[in-house]
Design a protein around this ligand. Structure first.
Ligand SMILES: Cc1cc2nc3c(=O)[nH]c(=O)nc-3n(C[C@H](O)[C@H](O)[C@H](O)COP(=O)(O)OP(=O)(O)OC[C@H]3O[C@@H](n4cnc5c(N)ncnc54)[C@H](O)[C@@H]3O)c2cc1C
Length: 442
């Protein structure tokens, strides 16, 4: 964002860097603290990545802020820097056509073992044939021919379908409930809090001084119920999810799943929570109560109107990220469980990598749509994305159960990580993407 000049156009009072992440097990309470200050002791070796603010683990930026800053930057590029940019707003791609790809695909479908006819082979030294460039048909009646078509069109990518690239993976039986929450203003808000419950992780990510963003992974029926409960009950359930044992939570979830909120007096759930919280803490001294509260996220006091939504979680990876005159980036290429907040980050790293490759190709006078150049992009990104996808998937599997030996082993793991500052710094740098350079000097 900094390198391409988007950051200066962002509303900086709505960009929030947070300094640490608390992660803990919902069954055993084993915890690990990822403190941004560790990065001062174990700094990045990558000279391109020195401009991260000290003690900052991650930034929370709303989508709308990124999008409007990117649009302003595009405007700046065309008005001040003379770039020729045609932007089609509120326009849908209705069809993508390319005769050669379709002929070749038909050839493979019709006769599995037939060799590709010589005149249809894609060759590095082929003369440029404009007839063969993909044509993109828009719903405003326009058609665009392009030397290189980049599919940044999400998990159901029409570009990926057009290039006959399969996408492999599975659906998690989990939905993510998201919302913007108001927190107790008397507590600082610069920590991300993630509790791994057997039903899925719940994460609060600081958005500003008093607001935080919620991502709560739950089964689809519970996601539906959580979207329908009253705002007060919703806040109660979030506070409970961070404070009560799993068995108490299951009881409360049954209450909202079996009787939707309109029929249920809103005090019932709140009384239930107050009673259970009281039982759990009644033997604690005032000081211990205070210590316990400060080891937990600030109390959620309200939910921003219309901010509640839910999304299904899916794991996908495209069989290939490139075809002749086609490249896929972001969710069009891969989609991951968002428990580590890495989906958008991976997409940005794809874009950075592909841009550098295309820059190099252009400088050297190569055809940037040619498969022989494009192949260097997946060579950099494919295994890195697979590693992230499979790491997030394994973490999800490890934490989504309450079988005793598994909870015991994972608690040992969390405690071991907690005591290894070097490892925690490396994990943070990996999640921040700061060890990746993706240049093509070699
Ligand atoms: C609950 C949840 C929480 C998440 N939290 C995080 C997080 O904390 N951090 C993080 O890094 N990632 C997170 N992610 C993942 C992140 O949202 C995605 O990885 C990211 O949005 C993917 O961006 P993209 O541009 O590749 O695809 P998308 O955001 O899906 O954008 C694709 C675009 O293509 C357009 N499009 C599609 N078809 C057509 C067509 N025919 N014509 C014209 N336009 C078309 C769509 O309208 C859309 O605008 C989260 C995801 C979920 C579900």
């Amino acid at each position: 964002m900094i390198a391409v000049g988007v950051t200066p156009h962002m509303e900086m009072d709505r960009v929030n860097g947070y300094r640490d992440v608390m992660v803990w097990d919902g069954i055993t309470d084993a915890h690990s603290h990822f403190d941004g200050a560790l990065l001062n002791h174990y700094p990045s070796n990558n000279p391109n990545r020195m401009n991260v603010e000290p003690n900052t683990v991650a930034y929370m930026v709303e989508n709308i802020n990124i999008q409007s800053a990117a649009l302003k930057r595009l405007e700046e590029c065309s008005s001040k820097e003379g770039s020729q940019i045609d932007l089609f707003d509120k326009t849908k791609v209705t069809k993508i056509v390319r005769p050669l790809i379709e002929e070749l695909h038909q050839h493979y479908v019709d006769g599995e073992n037939k060799a590709v006819p010589k005149d249809k082979e894609v060759k590095a030294e082929s003369p440029i044939d404009l007839e063969d460039w993909p044509s993109i048909h828009l719903d405003n009646g326009k058609t665009i021919k392009t030397r290189l078509l980049i599919g940044a069109d999400g998990i159901n990518s029409p570009v990926r379908d057009f290039a006959y690239i399969d996408s492999l993976g599975w659906d998690y039986d989990t939905h993510g409930v998201v919302a913007t929450l108001k927190l107790d203003p008397n507590r600082p808000n610069n920590t991300a809090w993630q509790r791994f419950l057997p039903s899925g992780p719940i994460a609060l990510l600081p958005l500003s001084e008093e607001y935080a963003s919620l991502v709560w992974s739950v089964k689809p029926h519970l996601a539906k119920a959580l979207k329908n409960v009253s705002p007060a009950d919703f806040c109660t359930l979030i506070n409970a999810a961070y404070r009560l044992p799993h068995v108490d939570l299951q009881y409360m979830y049954k209450q909202i799943s079996s009787s939707p909120s309109p029929d249920m007096p809103s005090t019932t759930l709140q009384d239930e929570y107050a009673w259970r919280e009281n039982t759990a803490t009644k033997s604690l001294s005032d000081q211990s109560m205070l210590d316990r509260e400060y080891a937990l996220p600030p109390q959620v006091i309200d939910v921003q109107e219309n901010s509640r939504a839910s999304f299904p979680f899916r794991l996908r990876n495209a069989e290939r990220y490139v075809a002749d005159r086609v490249a896929l980036v972001g969710d069009a290429a891969h989609s991951t469980h968002p428990l580590a907040g890495q989906g958008m980050n991976q997409g940005l790293l794809d874009v950075e990598c592909l841009s550098k490759l295309l820059e190099k190709g252009t400088m050297e006078g190569q055809d940037i749509g040619n498969i022989h150049l494009l192949r260097k992009y997946p060579a950099e990104r494919y295994w890195r994305n697979i590693l992230m996808l499979s790491s997030c998937d394994k973490i999800d599997r490890l934490f989504s159960n309450d079988i005793a030996p598994v909870t015991w082993i994972r608690s040992l793991g969390i405690k071991a990580v907690h005591n290894m500052d070097f490892l925690k710094a490396e994990i943070m740098k990996y999640a921040m993407g700061i060890e990746y350079s993706g240049d093509f000097r070699h």
